[in-house]
Design a protein around this ligand. Sequence first.
Ligand code: NAP
Length: 315
Amino acid sequence: MQAELPRVLSAGGLTPTIHELLANRVELLPWEAAQGAAADSVAGIFSYGHDPVDELLLARLSNLRVISNHGVGVDHIDVEAARRRGIPVGNTPAILDAAVADMAMALLLAAARRLAEGDRFARTSGATEFDPSALHGRDVHGATLGIVGLGNIGYQIARRARGFDMRIVYHNRNRREAVERELAAEYLSLDDLLATADFLVLICPLSDSTRGLIGRRELAQMKPTATLVNIARGGVVDTGALTAALQERSIYAAALDVTDPEPLPADHPLLALDNVTLTPHLGSATVETRRRMAELAVDNLLAGLAGEEMKCRVV
Ligand code: NAP
């Protein structure tokens, strides 16, 4: 007779790869099971998507032994509450850096060269002949890239930007002098970064210190020719202030992989603007990277269930 499998709470929509990796190793319970009698039997949480794992949920799951997050950002998980309860939290850093950095560059280039607008126009009946006056964008080569959050992913973005002949400036709470030397990157205060950057890329975690980091005051310091790229988390930017800046054209454009709220409601004013390029949180979404993320997240989950050390642990 097969031993009882540990019960793991997970939101729906898991890929076939994840189902395959978890098959015969855990019994998956739907997220709603936390509300019912099965709550006491839950040993693990496989966090896929951004369903909040908060104090209230943790209090219901009295036999929880591990939380494994499929992704690097853990702002939807109350990691402090987990730490207080002695529940390890795993995530999937490093393996997705290159894919997310590629996407940041794709967004930057798309906004600078008006790719989405061009695509929309090329499909219309108005696109009848080459028009040298149409859809002029902005130069990327020779421009200054400002990175907020020169961590694992930020470093990969900076490396790619050097290949595009961009000058790199960055802001973190701590300087990274080895990276400054390697990539000729310059450390600036946030205010100086805002005033200097032609392209401002946000790739810091969402935390108490970064929520609403880019608001009305910060947007007002940016150049009217500057583009904001947010591939971090929607909450790092004040959406109302960004919408106003784009409507008033006090900045040139924005490219957003993440928004607050996410997704944007159908009647949101950002959706009506030509100077906004949007992707629905696709930063790490490649077949190869998502496979690696699935393997690491499942590995972390199984290690935690077995009481072993996870490969990648947040707390
Ligand atoms: P990481 O290696 O920990 O780097 C984070 C960087 O942000 C660090 O350099 C950190 O430097 C800086 N930072 C933190 N707080 C800051 C603050 N208040 N002001 C300025 N800089 C600050 O993390 P990572 O792996 O690169 O990932 C970063 C974030 O990207 C994740 O947390 C996640 O939210 C987001 N992400 C998004 C996607 C997507 O699909 N769009 C995919 C992956 C990750 P200091 O500590 O020195 O300040």
